[in-house]
Ligand binder design. Structure first.
Ligand code: NAG
Ligand code: NAG
Ligand code: NAG
Ligand code: NAG
Ligand code: NAG
Length: 527
């Protein structure tokens, strides 16, 4: 409870000092979790259903009008003589009089009535739930995170290639353009240029002329912007300490001086190079990947002295049902248990997602708008499933849990992460909590993540890729309760997959009488 309150208080304080407008952690951020993205997909389906019924109404009206046209437009009286003959007949003359007097106002009325007013109104309601600009920005930042963390290239992404896998999906010209524009605004001229390039090379949208009338022409200014981003990137690469405003001014001036023909020649020349050659050449002066990025890519130096075995020694339970245990690291002690969480339990924990909130903030970055990291919820309700999970954690680890303790359920979304952090904080450590510090953290992976989404320990070069049903277990504190800084950990953005995790912090105080279970070597390492 105390921990929860601490976090909530921290969230409230941060919300007041950092965000321009009141931060509402309950406000849906579609891109921050797969739960949210599913809601958004459902919203799009509603939108399309609505358009379908609207279109049906429109075509019913068009059909009715067509029937009327067919009934009147006989197309026979072509010449003046024929027409004279027609009106000379009193029956025709009367019919003409009656129709034009009686029927026309009714048809006019019919035409003047707006079709599907109700449908348009429900579209308004759907539109009110559409992602706002903040949500869109989170999605752009999420894409940027995926791109940078894994060193993915625009030309691969645009064509549905993610790392070494080809997916049957592609970005549209408007998607590429939006990504390019975002990067340009963010001052990432390298990637802006590469995305503009993908937009330029994109085959035209089907029915482009019709859609452009409504959505705008994506090609408008595209060549200029591509040239601009490329020139700026080139100038910056030539002089890393150049003043950006000066560079922008020089570029603007050069663009003004050059004729459309010169601009076209430049673009032709740029597009004549191959995509990977272009990307390689342009990014030659980019900084090399950070340790975080190396970890997320699974490229820390390989370890050799680790084994997999059945652990049946911790508790009597394990003697009956030994668990497959994989050593992740000896010092500090980190292990992974497999086949710990069952599908039925996962179904139930997903039900805890109904009232998820946005979290967690990154408190270090005080001058930045806080990032929506993922959606998470505290699972307080003491259901039989939760009790079973607690019992299993005790069986596995030998540690005691109280039924009243919290359990955290989190779900990640488009490029969302939980940056490097400790599970203890200096304040918590000094004041101590009701249950004592978070001696151990156990993360239960409850979703399938095909690519990315690792948990990494950047100070000790450890990457753990999630596996549905497995549990990762590590110590945050030494035996005497002192924090172990090597427990710094972080999640990596998911590339493809549905990342769900359950986090349980095992506190110090309830373990008072069973501490011998903690590997003794931890004590000896502490100077
Ligand atoms: C056409 O519809 C508008 C509102 O929909 C109404 O104000 C106007 O009077 C209508 N015109 C006729 C001729 O009925
Ligand atoms: C790089 O840019 C800075 C700031 O605009 C300038 O003072 C410096 O002379 C430039 N260096 C080179 C090598 O052009
Ligand atoms: C395109 O590049 C090839 C070599 O890669 C070169 O031979 C050709 O002249 C170039 N075309 C244009 C229009 O620059
Ligand atoms: C079994 O797991 C416990 C808790 O992680 C650990 O203390 C113990 O050393 C393990 N036993 C074996 C044989 O690996
Ligand atoms: C982590 O790996 C880097 C090389 O990628 C190495 O320089 C460093 O010493 C390693 N750190 C630890 C704690 O193993």
């Amino acid at each position: 409870m105390q921990r929860c309150l601490n976090i909530v208080t921290a969230l409230l304080l941060l919300g007041q000092t950092i965000a321009d407008r009141p931060y509402d952690e309950h406000r849906e951020r579609y891109s921050s979790s797969t739960v949210g993205l599913l809601k958004l997909l459902e919203l799009e389906m509603q939108f399309i259903e609505n358009l379908k019924s609207y279109t049906d109404l429109l075509s019913a009206k068009a059909n009715t009008l067509q029937d009327f046209i067919d009934s009147v437009d006989r197309g026979t009286e072509k010449s003046l003589t024929e027409r004279e003959k027609y009106v000379s007949n009193p029956l025709n003359a009367f019919g003409l009089m009656r129709r034009t007097h009686q029927d026309w106002p009714k048809w006019h009325n019919y035409i003047n009535n707006t079709v599907g007013r109700g449908k348009v109104q429900s579209l308004d309601d759907i539109l009110a739930k559409a992602p706002d600009s903040q949500d869109m920005k989170e999605a752009l930042v999420g894409m940027q995170r995926i791109e940078r963390t894994y060193g993915l290239q625009a030309y691969d992404l645009a064509k549905g290639r993610l790392q070494d896998r080809q997916y049957d999906t592609q970005l549209s010209i408007r998607d590429c353009l939006a990504l390019g524009q975002h990067k340009f605004q963010e001052g990432d001229y390298l990637r802006a240029s590469l995305w503009y390039r993908m937009a330029l090379k994109h085959e035209p949208e089907p029915n482009a002329e019709i859609f452009n009338e409504i959505l705008g022409d994506p090609l408008k200014d595209l060549k200029r912007n591509y040239a601009k981003a490329t020139i700026i990137n080139g100038l910056m690469a030539g002089n890393r300490s150049a003043n950006i405003q000066e560079v922008l001014d020089i570029t603007e001036e050069a663009m003004l001086k050059s004729s459309p023909a010169e601009l076209d020649a430049l673009i032709t020349e740029l597009l004549n190079q191959s995509d990977d050659e272009m990307a390689r050449e342009m990014s030659a002066s980019e900084p090399s990947p950070t340790p975080y990025e190396i970890g997320c890519r699974g490229l820390y130096p390989k370890r050799t002295n680790l084994v997999c075995r059945y652990n049946s020694s911790t508790t009597p339970f394990l003697r009956l049902a030994p668990l497959k245990m994989e050593e992740v690291n000896h010092d500090p002690y980190i292990v992974m248990y497999h086949e710990v969480l069952f599908d039925g339990e996962i179904e139930e924990l997903k039900k805890q997602s109904k009232n998820m909130i946005n979290g967690f903030p990154e408190p270090q970055q005080e001058n930045k708008i806080r990032q929506v990291i993922a959606r998470h919820a505290w699972w307080w309700e003491q259901t039989p499933t939760r009790a079973r999970i607690y019992q299993r954690i005790t069986d596995i680890t030998g540690f005691r849990l109280f039924a009243e303790e919290e359990l955290n359920v989190a779900n990640y979304g488009l490029g969302t992460v939980f940056g490097p952090h400790y599970d203890y904080t200096p304040e918590n450590y000094e004041t101590g909590w009701f249950l004592g510090g978070p001696l151990v953290t156990i993360i239960l992976y409850a979703g399938d993540v095909a690519q990315g989404g690792a948990t990494i320990f950047p100070l000790i070069n450890i990457t753990v890729f999630p596996r549905k049903g497995s549990a990762l277990f590590w110590f945050n504190l030494f035996d005497d309760g002192e924090p172990d800084p090597r427990s710094l950990h972080s999640s990596c953005p998911v590339i493809v997959g549905d990342r769900w995790i359950l986090s349980k912090w095992i506190h110090m105080v309830p373990q008072m009488f069973i501490m011998p279970c903690i590997p003794r070597k931890l004590l000896s390492q502490k100077e």
